[in-house]
Design a protein around this ligand. Structure first.
Ligand code: IMP
Length: 200
């Protein structure tokens, strides 16, 4: 059976295809179904944003749906860009990482602590709804490095790995990332929902 992953972000699409391999269900994406639903990401929490995305896509598709909302929280910037990570600066990912590095130009290395956070919500046309969260701790570098992943990966340094998230192989990112941890926590919930909605 199919599970709809409510994202239009090509980086997330690549990661979810791998992350959901352990699931006895096929991930499908809105554009593959001819769906394009723009959900405003204007809520005060990751959970509310992800819930709005999951509910709208579950209603429109009739499928069990997983949505996530995620962001980068930098301690020296009081948690920014946080919920506004995707809209922190106009342009492409590289423009946003450049804006982040510029905002942190006077922050010393030991104060450049940060974390990626991801909340996933699982919904279905007739509920119930579940959620799970994953966090990945790191440091913001002085300059970008690496070409893997997406978003802020080139400036997110992982001390335990000695490289940025963008320098990790995709399989390695999918073992340790905030999204990987949220999905790991969500897998038992997903199996429960899919068992209820699966073929009789
Ligand atoms: P949203 O979850 O679609 O609101 O987007 C979150 C934004 O946070 C993305 O556009 C990226 O800028 C950033 N982000 C989320 N997850 C990651 C990641 O795994 N690596 C790098 N940046 C990320």
């Amino acid at each position: 059976m199919d599970i709809l992953i409510a994202t239009y972000n090509p980086g997330k699409v690549r990661e979810y295809r791998e992350l959901l391999i352990p699931l006895e269900a096929t991930p499908v994406f809105p554009l593959e179904l001819g769906l394009r639903i723009d959900v405003p990401e204007d809520a005060a929490t990751y959970l509310e944003n992800a819930t709005q995305k999951a509910s709208a896509h579950a209603r429109a598709s009739g499928l069990v749906t997983l949505a996530d909302d995620s962001g980068l929280e930098v301690d020296a910037l009081c948690g920014a860009p946080g919920l506004r990570s995707a809209r922190y600066a106009p342009g492409q990912d590289a423009d946003r990482t450049a804006a982040l590095l510029a905002a942190m130009s006077d922050v010393p290395l030991e104060q450049r602590t940060a974390r990626f956070r991801c909340t996933v919500v699982i919904d279905s046309p007739d509920g119930p709804r579940y959620h799970a969260e994953g966090v990945c701790e790191g440091l913001i570098t002085l300059e970008p490095s690496g070409s893997g992943g997406f978003g802020y990966d080139p400036v997110f340094y992982l001390p335990e790995h000695g490289c940025t998230m963008a320098e990790l192989a995709p399989e390695a990112k999918n073992r340790i990332s905030h999204r990987a941890r949220a999905v790991e926590a969500a897998l038992p919930l997903l199996r429960r929902v899919l068992a209820v909605h699966g073929p009789a």
